[in-house]
Ligand binder design. Sequence first.
Ligand SMILES: Cc1cc2nc3c(=O)[nH]c(=O)nc-3n(C[C@H](O)[C@H](O)[C@H](O)COP(=O)(O)OP(=O)(O)OC[C@H]3O[C@@H](n4cnc5c(N)ncnc54)[C@H](O)[C@@H]3O)c2cc1C
Length: 415
Amino acid sequence: MQQWDVIIIGAGAAGLMCAIEAGKRGRKVLVLDNGKRVGRKILMSGGGRCNFTNMYTSPENFLSQNKHFCKSALSRYTQWDFLALVQKHNVPYHEKTLGQLFCDDSAKDIVQMLMTEAKAAGVQIATQQHIQHVIQASTSSGTGTENENETETNGKADYKAGYIVKTPELSRHCHSLVVASGGLSLPNLGATAFGFQLAEQFGLNVLPLRAALVPVTWQPADKAIFEEISGVSLPVTVEANGTVFPEDMLFTHRGLSGPAILQISSYWQPGDDITVNMSPQTDISEFLTTQQQAHPEQELKTALSKLLPKRLVEKLLEMQVITNQPLKALNNKSMQNIANSLHGYIFKPNGTEGYRTAEVTIGGVDTNELSSKTMAAKQHDNLYFIGEVVDVTGWLGGYNFQWAWASGWVAGQYC
Ligand SMILES: Cc1cc2nc3c(=O)[nH]c(=O)nc-3n(C[C@H](O)[C@H](O)[C@H](O)COP(=O)(O)OP(=O)(O)OC[C@H]3O[C@@H](n4cnc5c(N)ncnc54)[C@H](O)[C@@H]3O)c2cc1C
């Protein structure tokens, strides 16, 4: 049977970072992945340019049932540490907006950088691996296929401590097992529930999972109304359950998307409203008063089209959210009513587009089960969970990769 110090399941962002760090410590490391290529989500992230971190990363940018859990890893491997690695490899990058750092050329640069580091650290990577099962060597009953992993001592099975990872081809033994198999989003890119199931197999609590950073879908009645303006986008603030994001919102055939909606989707639960301020920068009541004084004959739709996309204004008229009339016909109360509707427009999504298009999975391995210092399971020696499989989810904007790098780096110091 093959012997490894460390086996890491998942050659994504967290798994590769962990492998590099463990390899640098002289550990004999093997990374197993089910895909043909490593780092597939890195390659398609950020529209192919990988938003690899965020300059303003702080624990406030993450959702978790224990908001404090992510602090240790994020403070020990920071965005500046990852940036230093990017600079060391001369990967060209730029800040797009709001501290979001992207590759100038291609996400391939990040994967190449990680592969170069992994090679230098002596890490072995095996792709297209179908893991059938994992057992804890020291607690195995020694039945069935696990017998091949025994050493005979006075006629009694004596398993070495650690874990045995079995694929159809062979069994491998490792001292430390690191689970970095990611979340459920994009199943056609190889996402599986493996990490969550493995956690449950070892008796760890897994918190409920749901798709996040995901577009929301229309109720049937709204679809009939709004699909005609798909492609319209505008800067808004969106609010759900007391959390507010200022960003762009996009109308699509299926529902609402754009960065503002992706962000708020992490805070939205089925049945909740999303309240949209369609003119966060300009007070509509004051704007209409000024326009009325300057152009009393002007029509309301003409005035509002200076603030909002024209197709949206026409749709609001058609829906009778507003009624077209010359501005001189509006009194203060009617101007205030118009302002109130547009500053607090309520959408009631039907649901989300789900894991098919979501960027991340909320929930996962309960952080109460793990050490925030090492990412090791508290109840099992040398078993680690890192990256998205853990109940730590970042906002849109490079935070999820920063969590993957940081949690992978931390585990790499101990596994
Ligand atoms: C379209 C898209 C764009 C994104 N863009 C960004 C962005 O720009 N910035 C950002 O910060 N975040 C982004 N994210 C989120 C980010 O990709 C993830 O949060 C991050 O990749 C998580 O890292 P991870 O290592 O935990 O998991 P992953 O990177 O998903 O890696 C998990 C690996 O495990 C493998 N695996 C799964 N199951 C098994 C199994 N049973 N056996 C063996 N191997 C298995 C998978 O093939 C994969 O290689 C994006 C996500 C998506 C879907």
